[in-house]
Design a protein around this ligand. Structure first.
Ligand code: SF4
Length: 69
């Protein structure tokens, strides 16, 4: 199946925490409470859906998904 990658633009993230609260399998918090990608390949429907859910709910539109390599 298609794998996806997810990134957070640290210049946009304001640390609202929605990503790691909504999708803790994909994101965590750094020491300042900003979102951080756990770094795993999104290789299942569940993980891709979790990343998309976080991206839709990020108030700063800081989360981007792209096709994995
Ligand atoms: S939801 Fe968006 S702004 Fe909030 S911590 Fe996650 S990436 Fe940052």
């Amino acid at each position: 199946m298609t794998t996806m990658r997810v990134t957070i633009d640290a210049n946009l993230c304001e640390g609202h925490g929605r990503c790691y609260v909504l999708s803790p399998d994909v994101f965590t918090a750094d020491e300042e409470g900003n979102g951080e990608v756990l770094g795993r390949e999104l290789d299942s429907e569940e993980l891709i859906a979790a990343a998309e859910r976080a991206a839709k709910n990020c108030p700063e539109s800081a989360i981007a998904l792209s096709l994995g390599l």
